[in-house]
Design a protein around this ligand. Structure first.
Ligand code: NAD
Length: 295
């Protein structure tokens, strides 16, 4: 059992913190949203008035925040968390952010003799609730080994991708692939439906054929085809279009910096940006189907 402080209790962070409580850890939580904090307190977590106060006495800090600017605000600067933590504290950031931001936080943490890893996740809200997330870690081997038992309380597959920032690079590649798959799956289902095919039947056929993929298997974008996924609850909850657009922006920026060509990723970015611009930013990303199919 460890004394853990968890900051960022959104769609992902709340069920992750809940699983740490179930695993028997002593968990203190903080979020800017009071209802999010209260829900975890009702499950047995402690809380405090600020992130800094919540971190007092913690052996391990975990953050699950929307984007790089939130991670920088929480950790860096004179008033940041890093300046308040005692030497040796384990610091895990599971947000999806730019590799450079993760490296900047790692550097600031090392200067304070803190043990930092970037540990973004894959598996969605379903995986967070079930405790089956994949963690993709970047950092030193020792820190990874220290973090692993904690991460095992929230996930099933724990990978060490390489040095600081490597977890974020792998995560960005994965999400670019996911966006392409979700847009392609939506396009194929909409074409089939235009031809009078039942999207549920077409989904089954493609699952067993060479077009099979994660979106078809566990996250079908067509309303009513699969129970328990965002498409079957008006695309509420899940992984927001705004967050997918952010991740595709990270992939695009990274490709520019590394002089890599990402034609499919760039197209996916434009599709999701267009969709977000039409007022869909707060819907789950599988709502990209609506670009192809008018309700
Ligand atoms: P979310 O927007 O639902 O939750 C973020 C939470 O952080 C909110 O509750 C917000 O109030 C809180 N927050 C923001 N700034 C804060 C601060 N300064 N101090 C304390 N709390 C603060 O986002 P999410 O869907 O939980 O995603 C979190 C991260 O995980 C993102 O980087 C996202 O890209 C990534 N991710 C999400 C999914 C998914 O399926 N939702 C899957 C994999 C990875």
């Amino acid at each position: 059992m460890a004394k853990i402080t968890f900051i960022g209790l959104g769609n992902m962070g709340a069920p992750m913190a809940s699983n740490l409580l179930k695993a028997g850890h002593d968990v203190t939580v903080f979020d800017l949203s009071q209802p999010a904090v209260e829900a975890l307190v009702a499950e047995g977590a402690s809380t405090a008035d600020s992130g800094k106060a919540a971190a007092e006495g913690a052996e391990c800090i975990i953050t699950m925040l929307p984007a790089g600017k939130h991670v920088e605000a929480v950790y860096l600067g004179e008033d940041g968390l890093l300046s308040a933590l005692p030497e040796g504290t384990l610091v895990i950031d599971s947000s999806t952010i730019a590799p450079e931001t993760a490296r900047a936080v790692a550097e600031a943490a090392a200067a304070r003799r803190l043990a930092f890893i970037d540990a973004p996740v894959s598996g969605g809200v379903g995986g967070a609730k079930a405790g089956t997330l994949t963690f993709i870690c970047g950092g030193e081997e020792d820190t990874f080994n220290r973090a692993k038992p904690v991460l095992e309380g929230m996930g099933k597959n724990i990978f060490h991708a390489g040095p600081h920032g490597a977890g974020q690079v792998a995560k960005i590649c994965n999400n670019m692939m996911l966006a392409i798959l979700m847009a392609g799956t939506s396009e194929a289902l909409a074409l089939g439906a235009k031809n009078g095919l039942d999207p549920a039947v077409l989904s089954e056929i493609m699952k067993q054929s060479s077009g099979g993929n994660w979106a078809l298997n566990v996250y079908n974008p067509w309303p009513g085809v699969m129970e328990g996924v965002p498409a079957s609850r008006e695309y509420q909850g899940g992984f927001l279009v705004n967050l997918m657009t952010k991740d595709l922006g990270l992939a695009f920026d990274n490709a520019v910096k590394n002089q890599a060509s990402i034609p499919m990723g760039s197209l996916a970015r434009n599709l999701f940006q267009l969709h977000a611009g039409q007022g869909n930013g707060e819907l789950d990303f599988s709502s990209i189907l609506r670009l192809y199919k008018a309700d």
